[in-house]
Structure formats: structure tokens, C-alpha cells
Design a protein around this ligand. Sequence first.
Ligand SMILES: [Fe+2]
Length: 240
Amino acid sequence: MSGKSFIRKASDLSPVLFVPSTDKRAIYEVEREQNDPEEQGLLQKLKIRYDITTIFPGLIGNELPKTFGHYHPRNLSGVAYPEIYEVIENRAWYLIQRPNKNQPKVIEEVYLIETKQNEKALIPPGFGHVTINPENKNLVMANFVANGFDFDYQTYENLRGSAYYLLHADKDELVRLEKNSYYDKVPEIIKLKPKEIPELGITWDVPLYDMIKKPETLDFLIHPEKYLELLTIKNCFTKI
Ligand SMILES: [Fe+2]
């Protein structure tokens, strides 16, 4: 096993939290490129990275534990790189948002994707994303994403996080959705669940990692411009 790991503490997430924190508690851990050397060689050739992320349970102040959030850059054809996630243990909520091309404070679409174990959630081109752990257990998930570029964390930091904060709620409600006032326009959130996308080889019965066995099925991560009609909200998700 090779690869790098890092931990994000509550204090690291402070710029994107509803209430800033100086707490040094670990919120999540990312293990990059934890593959055997042969598969790692193949992934390097494909320019794709495989990571495992664990988000630990426990509120940060009143906020559900989450990742920092970022956008992906565009490839040479001008389409932003997508990403594919698989939930390995427990449940994930992916909060994805698409800003106006020239105005990061104006959000055109925002969705909360409720994803269960073995399900896979695709982050379509142009969407920023944050992952939230809604359970009082470890959330473990894997992802494939194009390698060799820097994520844009700065836009999330400039706006103090995503368009919504997910806060612990008392009484009947599980969570309270709080709009982030740093944004100029935020639509109502729409809840979705992921669908299988057989045209892209994305099904619940095939573990994400096994997609390496058919490397051509990972081409959409590098050349999303060839698959735009499949990489839509409508094709990848159902409303709940
Ligand atoms: Fe990403």
C-alpha cells in the first residue's frame, strides 16, 4: 500500500462552518491512492485517483459533520471534471450546488443527494460538493476522480461554505436547513436519491473499485464532454 493520508480537524473547517471552531477534534480522514502497486500503475496511466474518506460522527457545534467543499476545474474541452462516489459504510448526504458561470454567489441549482450503502452518487460537471455524515456512526466512502489538478476550495472559503448549512434540529425535525447569507441567490433545496446508470457501468451490484477491471468505463471522468447527455441530474437521480 502506498499513498498519502490527511486529517481535517474542526479548526481546519472553521472558514466554512456556521459557527467558527478552534476545536482540534478530527472530523474526517482522507486516504489517497490506497491501491496495490499494479492497479496504482493502471490508475496513473488513466490519470484517475481512488480515495477513501471517513467522516467521523459528532456535531461540530450545532452542525452536522461535513467535508470542506470544493469545485473541480474544467478540462481542455471546457467541461468541469465530474466525480463518482460510493458509500461503503452507513449513509452519506451529498450537498451539491451549481453556481452561475460568472457569479459564484448566485446558485442556479442545489440538491441534497441521500445515498445509502453500496449506492453510487455522481457529481455532475459544474457542481461543487460537500459530503455530510447524517448518522451517529462512521461514514466510509470511496471515490474515483481525475488526477493531476487542484480542487478549488477558495470559492467555498470566500463564501463561508456551501449555500446551506445542515444544523441539528430539536423536536420532530432531524435537521434544519439554514441558508448561507453570504450568497446573493440560493434556490430551495431539492432532495434526490441516486439512480443506477448502466450506460456508464454504474450499478449497485458492482463495487466501485471493480470498475478498474473495465478501464473504459472510467473514461467519463477524463472526457466528460463525450457523455454530457448521461451526466445530467435527470439521468443520475430521482426526486424523493
Ligand atoms: Fe471532488
